[in-house]
Ligand binder design. Structure first.
Ligand code: ZN
Length: 299
């Protein structure tokens, strides 16, 4: 079986439009049998009925086959195995492998076409990361020991509000006692409540930078891909194609995650956000220099 003979099937018309195609055929020993698999279809939402006349099951995935008397139809995998047995299965493996490789090459070529934009995005992320890392180092040096781990703990818990305990008003206290009559009966002095006096933004930035390390570590591989010619890609071995295809599929989400991380960093390192730390009783003196010299790009 030669790969060049495999029919490319992108849509249902690629099957039904073929001159020898028949929607259903009767297979009978000595009259009409299986010749070979011509191609494979894998559709997302187009169902094609099996061409075996007494099956007619709908499939999203099946095979275009030719018959010993020169006709063509489509069948599902199960019918192929059941009716045409070993020869069908052997050919199926070859066509499936070819189809899968072709899909992956298409995915990688698509990434390659978008690579100019992707590289700019990743390079920007890398630059931002370097700037933010410097700010983080300065910050660590300016706050009392334990501050960073305290903020990291808040980030892990999603605890961004700065709370303060204040005395309830007379009417709040009266309402509170009404609801909690049995437990509050003994207490005469007014109770306390928690109110929010501030909000910290971008705390997740302090949790780590694995997302950005993953994405910036892709810069060199992506530059390598940019240099690769299309025809060279057709000759790459399967494992390299698979690696590239996997990367191409994961890249949009990875960039998004890294972008969120960087955005959090810029949210954390703003004047208004750093000034909120005063409400946590952190000594702001050593932070003054950092706050005055925040980069203009930080928003
Ligand atoms: Zn069938």
């Amino acid at each position: 079986m030669n790969h060049d003979d495999i029919v490319m099937i992108e849509c249902a018309d690629d099957i039904s439009g073929r001159p020898s195609f028949h929607e259903k055929l009767i297979f009978e020993e000595g009259v009409r049998g299986f010749d070979k698999i011509l191609g494979v279809y894998r559709f997302k939402d187009t169902w094609i009925r099996c061409g075996i006349s007494d099956c007619r099951e709908n499939h999203l995935h099946g095979y275009l086959i030719s018959t010993t008397d020169g006709l063509e139809t489509v069948i599902g995998k199960d019918c192929g195995k059941k009716i045409f047995s070993v020869e069908f299965v052997e050919q199926m493996k070859i066509v499936d492998a070819f189809h899968s490789r072709r899909r992956k090459i298409e995915t990688v070529k698509k990434l390659k076409n978008e690579l100019t934009y992707v590289l700019v995005a990743v390079e920007n992320l890398q630059r931002s990361n370097i700037d933010l890392s410097e700010l983080k180092d300065q910050f660590k040096g300016a706050v009392p020991p334990g501050t960073l781990s305290l903020l990291q703990e808040r980030a892990r818990k999603g605890n961004t509000a700065i709370m303060q305990t204040v005395r309830m008003t007379k009417s709040e206290w009266a309402a509170h006692r009404e609801v909690n009559r049995s437990t509050e009966r003994q207490r005469h002095s007014r109770g306390f409540k928690e109110i929010s006096i501030g909000e910290l933004r971008g705390l997740d930035y302090l949790l780590g930078n694995s997302e950005i390390i993953i994405i910036t570590s892709l810069l060199n591989p992506l530059r390598d891909l940019a240099k690769l010619k299309d025809h060279e890609m057709d000759d790459l071995d399967n494992s390299r194609i698979s690696t590239w295809a996997k990367l191409a599929n994961e890249l949009p989400q990875r960039i998004k995650t890294a972008q969120t991380f960087i955005n959090d960093g810029y949210k954390f390192f703003t004047e208004s956000n750093l000034l909120e730390l005063k409400k946590l009783d952190i000594d702001m003196g050593p932070l003054r220099f950092l706050i005055q010299n925040l980069p203009k790009t930080a928003a």
